[in-house]
Design a protein around this ligand. Sequence first.
Ligand SMILES: Cc1cc2nc3c(=O)[nH]c(=O)nc-3n(C[C@H](O)[C@H](O)[C@H](O)COP(=O)(O)O)c2cc1C
Length: 200
Amino acid sequence: MEHGREKSRLKLLNLKAVSKSPMLQIGSLKLKSNLILAPMAGVSDFSFRMINRKFGCELAFVEMINCRSISHKSKRTARMLSSNSKDRPLGVQLLGCEEKYIRKALDAIKGYKFDLLDFNAACPAKKVVRRGEGSGLLKDPQKLKEILEIVVKNTNTPVTVKIRTGWDKDSLNARLVGLAAEEAGGKRGFYPRQDQGSRL
Ligand SMILES: Cc1cc2nc3c(=O)[nH]c(=O)nc-3n(C[C@H](O)[C@H](O)[C@H](O)COP(=O)(O)O)c2cc1C
């Protein structure tokens, strides 16, 4: 009885969410709803994605993939990339700053037929920004642009970039970074927060 009631409540929630949402288009990817499961390292695995899809989420992401790890073909990364035909549309998020590994990662994900590729220029974790990755790239918009050019040229998947408003309150360069990303051929994703204060 409880289970049945819960099921119809979810059905209602799904219908409401989908019918009220406008159609969203990111490059060639067309979505019927704007309910998107954010990429979450350590959280958005296959089971979590499928639960969220039951709740009406249309687009989901696999966990953030480090370009270095994927090019080393580790078992952990293979598990992170695993999916099936019901787990669609599906995006992948790449993290990195070294051209060699970015190219390798793009090559490695070709066979997975992702619907969207998001490049991470927003992760504030200390171990990430220390290497100049994630939001660390906001300090060098030209480098980020060059990386995005490589990404866009080497994939048929629509490319977005997740950025913050800037590295800190004294360098709010989201507009500049956004324009550079557009010039590189990316579709902009925007996460309106500064990096400072959220570094883990
Ligand atoms: C546990 C956890 C892991 C996350 N991992 C990532 C990640 O790998 N890549 C990313 O772009 N954002 C990551 N995020 C941020 C989310 O994608 C999303 O932008 C954020 O949760 C939105 O936060 P807000 O609603 O508090 O502003 C993570 C968030 C959480 C809570």
